[in-house]
Design a protein around this ligand. Structure first.
Ligand code: SF4
Length: 346
């Protein structure tokens, strides 16, 4: 097996110009943390994509969660990353009946412990998290819990990647694909990229795994080869986790969804299926879609498309910092602006 040093020596000999995109927020942080960008020659550019779940959640969806948090008889259960996302000068952290959870199953306990309240779990994340949210809903159904619902905001990756493939402003030569998503969905899920003439490598998250994925990708680009390579074979199979996929299919229906800065993307969201509709907070509380503008000067949407970098934002590291975030890309532990702020400032 090649060492990282060998890999980067070989990559340095490749002179073609190329742009790679890491689709996943966990890769964004790992690439920044391990200094991988700085080891690449200047002809190889790596940019971040729309893979941070908090960052891609639209202001309209955050607004819905805040409206629920304002109700006296509601407890909103959420991952901590969502608390400080700004929305119209407000955020979830301002409400005492918002509870941080580490495991979505804890929201069931909250509902059991607070029978006089309605507990609403914010369902956020991609294919990695969706089966967990689905299994929480199945548990609530089995336990016949009547004071529990989910505000569905889960999304699926392929439609956003397709949008990026079609982006005329920024040609991506190859994708570093999320290993944890592929662990659920299987490798074949990403074959649409090579069928469109593109290429990608499914990658793990440690420095050697990411480095070797970059190497595989760079070789494919150099040799003009279109394929999806599974470089995380210890976890990812061709078909993925059949049980997790079945649970997702049972509990969710595919729907159109609004992504921050990317607009409404067809068939990119997961709404709660008719079978489990009693656990749908949208239906229970009659929540309507509202248009909410993004924070002033925030270019998160452009960053998520790969069109801009955090340093292109006039607020970056001045008005917008981790302690005073203006947009979600600075709030989230997987956000590109947060990664730049933590690892790339002089
Ligand atoms: S630096 Fe702040 S304001 Fe600018 S794009 Fe990032 S999150 Fe938005």
């Amino acid at each position: 097996m090649k060492s990282s040093a060998d890999i980067f020596r070989e990559i340095a000999d490749i002179k073609d110009r190329m742009t790679l995109m890491e689709v996943c927020g966990t890769h964004t942080m790992s690439i920044a943390k391990f200094g991988i960008k700085s080891l690449l020659p200047s002809n190889i550019n790596i940019i971040s994509g729309p893979g941070c779940p908090v960052c891609v959640t639209s202001s309209g969806d955050i607004f819905k969660a805040i409206q629920l948090a304002k109700k006296d008889d509601v407890i909103v259960a959420t991952f901590g990353d969502m608390l400080r996302v700004p929305c119209n000068g407000d955020s979830l952290i301002n409400y005492k009946n918002v509870k941080t959870i580490y495991n979505p199953m804890d929201s069931i306990k909250l509902a059991k412990d607070n029978p006089e309240k309605e507990v609403v779990l914010i369902g956020i994340g991609f294919e990695t998290t969706a089966p967990i949210i689905a299994s929480v809903i199945i548990s609530a159904d089995k336990d016949n819990i009547g004071n529990f619902t989910v505000l569905p905001m889960n999304k699926v990756v392929p439609p956003a990647v397709e949008l990026i493939i079609g982006n005329k402003n920024n040609k991506i030569d190859g994708f570093i694909l999320p290993g944890h998503v592929a662990a659920i969905t299987g490798k074949k899920y990403f074959d649409f990229i090579s069928e469109k003439g593109g290429r990608g490598v499914i990658s793990g998250f440690d420095p050697v795994g990411i480095s070797s994925s970059i190497y595989e990708l760079v070789l494919m680009i150099k040799n003009k080869k279109s394929a999806i390579v599974n470089n995380y074979g210890c976890v990812v199979s061709d078909e993925g986790n059949v049980l997790a996929k079945q649970i997702m299919k049972d509990v969710f229906s595919v729907s159109d969804a609004e992504w921050r800065g990317l607009g409404v993307i067809k068939k990119s969201g997961l709404e709660i299926s008719e079978k489990y509709s009693k656990f749908d907070a949208v239906k229970k509380f009659g929540i309507k879609n509202v248009k909410v503008s993004e924070s002033s000067g925030c270019i998160c949407g452009q960053i998520l498309m790969g069109n801009k970098l955090p340093v292109d934002c006039s607020n970056y590291a001045t008005k917008c910092t981790p302690s005073n975030p203006i947009g979600p890309c600075m709030v989230s532990s997987e956000g590109t602006c947060a990664a730049y702020y933590k690892y790339f400032r002089d």
